[in-house]
Design a protein around this ligand. Structure first.
Ligand SMILES: [Zn+2]
Length: 389
């Protein structure tokens, strides 16, 4: 009876359909005592609070139900190739404390997750909460992840991570469930939920050190059979057979148009660029070589993306990542190639835009992922059944 269980009732309170007990009775078709029996455990758990809203309608003051976003906290960790952002958020995904550092993922899982655990402990303290308040944990990794188990799978840039269980690393410190996903998947989720809630088909293209793509198909993140869907950066581009990619193949898109490749090309021209962030900075500063290079990279990305547009027919393509800080030349190049190469029907309604959530994109997505794990109808029903036994 998931449709009318505790989880469903909580969802109705969260989305504003169940502001009073009478609303819940009307929406669910349940009687007054059945509504009370669903609400009891939710009120006892602290997830829902009921109070007098201060507005009296003649006789008794009206009692309103509210989702208590302070009933617990989430830990969100966004790990990129060279950075790490950790946040403690409330149960609506709003940050209570956050920290960002440079961190090389190639240092391996023990060092990287040790750093993350150290950060989360300090941030919890800063937020005035402790490990027992943690309801869920979401982690984004810059490589393929077996979503069901939270294990990294043959990541091309993450030495030492293959088969490593991320949830196991948190288990010693937190009792909360840990959900792990590829960083571009959580970024796609964040953009879709927060900026494009009415759009059910969206691609998120991250142009950072490498290039990756998160796919939201029919409102859900599409991961593929092994969690490797959307690996845009290692699709082939014509005319670059001599360029060797870090994955071992030649002529991969990211080996030609990714941030690391662009930074190397800029260095060859005597410009100071150590990584993708510098590429974005130089192009934003209107340094001609950088602007031209980013626009050309945009065209190459657009040519490959045109194939994805043919296959998936998205409504929106969101472009983010360090190189997208120089969004004008990058988007111009991508749009030019996609609109030229894709069939008219697929591009008629297609919008290609810059990501709006900035450096918090991954952390927002990680928090949303954790939230889905904790507050889905099934998870709430399970937790309440477990508490009752
Ligand atoms: Zn490659």
């Amino acid at each position: 009876m998931t449709e009318q269980g505790n989880g469903a009732v909580l969802r109705m309170i969260r989305d504003g359909r169940g502001v009073t007990r009478a609303d819940l009775a009307a929406v669910t078709g349940l009687g007054r005592s059945a509504v009370a029996s669903r609400l009891g455990p939710l009120l006892a758990s602290g997830l829902v609070v009921e109070s007098d809203d201060g507005v009296s309608t003649g006789g008794r003051p009206a009692m309103v139900l509210r989702f208590n976003r302070a009933a617990g906290v989430l830990l969100a960790a966004d790990l990129g190739a060279t950075h790490c952002r950790v946040e403690v958020t409330d149960l609506a995904g709003e940050p209570l404390a956050a920290a960002a550092d440079d961190l090389d993922i190639e240092r391996g899982p023990d060092a990287v997750l040790g750093h993350v655990l150290d950060r989360t402990a300090r941030l919890l303290e800063r937020a005035g909460r402790d490990a027992r308040d943690v309801a869920g944990i979401g982690v984004g990794l810059p490589g393929p992840v077996e979503h069901a188990t939270g294990r990294a799978v043959s990541p091309p840039i993450m030495r030492g991570w293959d088969g490593f269980s991320v949830p196991a690393a948190f288990a010693g410190s937190y009792a909360a469930p840990v959900v792990v996903d590829n960083d571009v998947n959580i970024m796609a989720l964040a953009e879709q939920r927060r900026c494009w809630p009415g759009v059910r088909h969206l691609l998120y293209v991250k142009v950072g050190t490498g290039i990756g793509c998160g796919i939201v198909a029919d409102g859900e993140v599409y991961r593929g059979a092994q969690g490797a869907a959307g690996d845009l950066g290692h699709l082939r581009v014509n005319g670059y057979d001599s360029v060797v990619c870090r994955c071992g193949n030649t002529a991969c898109l990211e080996a030609v148009a990714g941030g690391a490749a662009l930074a190397a090309a800029l260095r060859e021209r005597g410009l100071e660029a150590t990584g993708s962030r510098d590429v974005g900075r130089l192009a934003r500063g209107a340094v001609p070589e950088a602007v031209q290079m980013v626009r050309d990279a945009g065209r190459l990305i657009g040519e490959v993306l045109a194939g994805a547009v043919n296959l998936l027919n998205p409504e929106v393509i969101v472009v983010g990542g360090d190189v997208a800080d120089a969004h004008e030349p990058l988007l111009a190049g991508i749009r030019e190639a996609v609109y030229r190469r894709s069939p008219p029907l697929a591009t008629q309604q297609l919008r290609i835009v810059r990501g709006e959530l900035g450096e918090r994109t991954g952390a927002i997505g990680a928090a949303l992922l954790a939230l889905d794990g904790v507050l889905s109808d099934e998870a709430v029903d399970r937790a309440i059944a477990a508490a009752a036994t």
